[in-house]
Design a protein around this ligand. Structure first.
Ligand code: NAP
Length: 434
């Protein structure tokens, strides 16, 4: 018998557990650990609440968790409740699927002013992440800025732009639904440090902006290279750029504007004790396609500035870390003897949910080569971990506990919404009678 611990119950963790369960059958027990009492990581806390079709992948993960050989151990934090070394004593292999929940920093003056918020925090707030339940982003001003030209920037800008009616069917948490419904924001400036050809936004996500009820996307065709230049782009990027160009033709009188400001690099955020404006330097492309400052600066008014410039994986004591990449140092997922990383903790914060599937399967295959199914490692696995946690007064949750929380959340849903998420760890535990 082999025992495996997968730390993190987001897509990377679940695909890895699925792959290990398939590879080993009866010959392994796989525990999926999470620091929260509830599973799904990015699916629950990252994927936008108005993208329910993407969240539906959790149904596939449910099947994994309900498999005979797989268990869910929630409410256990790696680092504070149990150390990596201790897991390695109990399990034959430990696979870190801890994601990349930390915001990358802009590194500019004024970044720490109230009103400047990282996208992880903002996304966490509207998605009911317990760490950001009290974020209370300032929504009383008329101008907001979103820094970055990736899909997360798009999510943040779209959520700011939507009307309450447009959240029908979503599971945006009540506190965010009400606060956004009362928000005064009318202009959302999306700042890209390079041009339209360099965006990291995908066509489907970009296309949604053309159909918003109260907001119109605004682009300047002067920012684009000649149309012929689009032919050199790879097909997906060409599609995105075509959609952007089409935005220039939209003639609509709407109450909100989403302004795409390209070649605009934030160099400071200023204000009297809180964010009031982003100081932006005009850029141009250098020979390598990077952003080169022109020295010309201007102000973009913003009492809320969301920086959405990528994420990093939190380091764990004793696990080699790649500072530049913001992930664990690894070779094709292998960090050290019996220790692996998958997903964003392995590759850095890029790729879609589906990218994690081959990633998890590849690492599971490596594990299976190193410890062939049918071999025995002589370790305690989940039983050993449970004893350790009990001695420390840590009470984990299991998948049946999650099902109880899920039922309570579904029962509390607004009309038309799939669930009303609880946003505090205490509330999850109270639901379980703890
Ligand atoms: P991303 O795709 O890497 O985009 C980061 C953006 O931030 C880029 O436009 C980058 O510009 C910009 N940036 C980086 N450093 C900057 C700085 N110092 N100043 C100004 N701009 C800066 O990251 P993401 O948006 O966080 O998304 C992460 C991954 O999740 C991506 O693979 C994304 O596609 C995926 N995702 C998918 C969906 C979906 O499918 N619906 C939704 C959300 C996220 P440069 O290009 O110039 O570096």
């Amino acid at each position: 018998m082999r025992h495996f611990a997968v730390v993190g119950s987001g897509p990377a963790g679940f695909y890895t557990a699925e792959a290990l369960a398939k590879a080993y059958g009866e010959h392994a027990r796989i525990d999926i650990l999470d620091r929260y009492p509830v599973p799904y990581g990015l699916i629950r806390f990252g994927v936008a609440p108005d993208h329910q079709s993407l969240k539906a992948v959790a149904k596939r993960y449910d099947k994994v968790a309900e498999g005979e050989t797989v268990g869910f151990i929630g409410n256990v934090s790696l680092g504070s409740d149990v150390a990596v070394d201790e897991l390695l004593e109990q399990y034959d292999a430990v696979i870190l699927a801890t994601g990349a929940p930390n915001d990358r920093k802009l590194g500019i003056p004024g970044e720490d002013l109230p009103g400047v918020i990282g996208s992880a925090a903002f996304v966490g707030w509207y998605n009911g992440h317990p760490d950001f339940a009290d974020l209370d982003p300032p929504l009383g001003g008329t101008h907001a800025a979103v820094i970055g030209n990736g899909n997360v920037a798009l999510d943040c800008a779209r959520i700011l732009a939507k009307t309450p009616a447009e959240f029908a069917g979503s599971d945006i948490v009540g506190h965010a639904f009400h606060a956004l419904g009362n928000a005064a924001i009318r202009t959302i400036t999306v700042l890209g440090r390079r041009g339209p050809h360099q965006i990291a936004m995908t066509p489907k996500e970009l296309g949604e902006l053309g159909h918003l009820e109260a907001a119109v996307p605004l682009v300047e065709l002067a920012d684009f290279p000649p149309r012929d230049a689009d032919d050199a782009l790879e097909p997906g990027q060409r599609k995105s750029v075509t959609i952007l160009r089409e935005f220039a033709d939209i003639r609509a009188n709407k109450s909100k504007a989403m302004v795409f400001d390209f070649f605009a690099r934030p160099v400071a955020i200023e204000g009297d004790g809180r964010a009031e404006r982003v100081i932006v330097e005009r850029t141009e492309l250098d020979e390598q396609g990077g952003a080169r400052g022109t020295g010309e600066t201007y102000e973009v008014p913003a009492t809320l500035a969301i920086s959405s410039i990528g994420y990093s994986t939190p380091p764990i004591a004793g696990v080699p870390y790649d500072e530049r990449g913001g992930k664990f140092l690894n070779d094709h997922g292998r960090i050290a003897e019996r220790l692996y990383a998958v997903g964003w903790a392995r590759r850095g914060p890029t790729g879609t949910i589906g990218t994690n599937r081959p990633d998890g399967y590849e690492v599971a295959e490596q594990v299976a080569v190193a410890m062939p199914p049918g071999s025995d490692g002589g370790r305690g696995g989940g039983e050993g971990l449970r004893r350790l946690l009990e001695a420390r007064g840590v009470t984990p949750t299991n998948f049946a506990d999650w099902r109880k929380i899920e039922a309570a959340e579904e029962g509390a849903a607004r009309t038309g919404s799939p669930r009303e998420k609880m946003v505090r760890v205490e509330d999850w535990l109270t639901t379980l009678g703890r």
